[in-house]
Design a protein around this ligand. Structure first.
Ligand SMILES: [Zn+2]
Ligand SMILES: [Zn+2]
Length: 391
């Protein structure tokens, strides 16, 4: 599909899924490629399980190791509980199993929405091309007040698909327009680039849609959102940052592990060369001088071995409390790192956003016939983002 000209406002408000490119702030324009994957194809079999996501991606049902699942009837002597819901299916019930590694999935979990194949995942492509991705959403979300920018995690090396478009689609179903930020990553880019992408996204949304702007960040995406507040507070101390609210879900706040090669968790060792910059706002993020945040909704799990609440969210919430910044904190044993959109926090976060004016119906306003001065250099069509490829 060819690139078509469209205004930024049309792009942001069009209910069709697609992408809004954030090219303006990039210097080397000729090197853009939206087609290149983050990792070249011969290396895909070596990717870590949390990004390969064999069990969650594509139409073919597979186990975590990537073996194909087959239908069987539940037999407690041979099959365990379901790997997703951890329920034990009743004896004789139809289940999907892996004969190579005794992996079981109940049929209810097998029918859950799927993530796109790696080859079709917009978050796994375009390493030099930051953009805002739109989930399929209808008029209900367009009429709602405000916008939420979703920043998936992925250790600044990848972007987890379960923390991206499904989250934006969920917000849109509840009448809140949401867009997913595909920000630039290590090792090609630095934290500075990722922050510039988020800042540009917030500015773009502010220019073209009324109402408050919030960001939802997961894991490293939470670190990115929290770091943006520091950056903008430094620029203009009176403004307190450009976001009206933030939702941080198991964010990495204490990033000191990124400075230690044994703890950083990078798949590509080349990431270590840009990792030091990730520690820049470290002291401020854990509550030191320069701390800045908008009203916040924080989720921290005590059962999270990667970003435990005690080390990451507790100090952040303490800093919010000390400075009298409005916040809500969901804390408990909510599960392991990376649970994504989950009822343990989603309903409360939605209610919190709605209380802050997100999703409320804006006064009737028609864009018809309005002349738009600002144009984006280009807008790609919905090639990667058909509803079939997303779920
Ligand atoms: Zn299940
Ligand atoms: Zn298997």
């Amino acid at each position: 599909m060819g690139v078509q000209k469209a205004t930024a406002r049309q792009a942001l408000l069009c209910p069709k899924p697609g992408r809004v490119l954030l090219r303006k702030h990039l210097r080397k324009r000729k090197k853009f490629s939206s087609k290149a994957p983050l990792v070249s194809r011969p290396w895909w079999s070596e990717l870590p399980g949390w990004i390969a996501l064999h069990a969650e991606r594509g139409p073919v049902r597979k186990c975590w190791e990537g073996h194909r699942l087959v239908l069987d009837s539940q037999d407690g002597r041979r099959h365990g509980c379901c790997s997703r819901c951890f329920e034990q299916p009743a004896a004789g019930e139809t289940v999907l199993v892996c004969h190579a590694c005794s992996w079981t999935r109940c049929m209810a979990c097998a029918a859950m929405p799927r993530l796109p194949r790696l080859s079709e995942d917009p978050l796994f492509h375009g390493p030099n091309l930051p953009c805002l991705l739109k989930p399929p959403f209808g008029e209900k979300a367009l009429a709602g007040n405000g916008t939420v920018i979703v920043c998936p995690g992925g250790n600044y090396e990848f972007l987890c698909p379960n923390e991206g478009l499904p989250v934006a689609a969920w917000l849109a179903r509840h009448g809140i327009q949401a867009l997913v930020l595909r920000y630039r990553l290590l090792p090609r880019h630095s934290l500075e680039d990722a922050l510039a992408d988020l800042e540009a996204a917030v500015a773009l949304v502010r220019r073209h849609k009324d109402g408050p702007v919030a960001a939802v960040g997961f894991s490293a995406g939470g670190h990115l959102v929290a770091s943006l507040n520091l950056r903008l507070a430094k620029k203009d101390r009176s403004s307190g940052g450009p976001l009206d609210a933030q939702v941080l879900v198991y964010p990495c706040i204490d990033g000191s592990g990124w400075g230690k090669p044994g703890n950083a968790g990078f798949w590509d060792p080349a990431c270590h060369k840009n990792a030091d910059a990730l520690l820049e706002g470290q002291q401020a993020l854990v509550g030191g001088r320069g701390f800045a945040a908008p009203p916040s909704f924080i989720v921290g799990s005590t059962g999270d071995a990667v970003c435990p609440a005690k080390v990451h969210t507790d100090p952040y919430v303490e800093a919010l409390r000390k400075r009298g910044i409005t916040h809500e904190y969901i804390r408990g044993n909510l599960g392991e790192h990376g649970f994504g959109l989950d009822p343990c926090w989603s309903s409360a976060a939605l209610h919190w956003l709605q209380k802050r004016g997100f999703g409320k119906k804006s006064p009737a306003r028609s864009w018809a016939g309005s002349r738009l001065a600002t144009r984006l250099p280009g807008l790609s069509g919905p090639r990667h983002l058909t509803s079939a490829s997303l779920f």
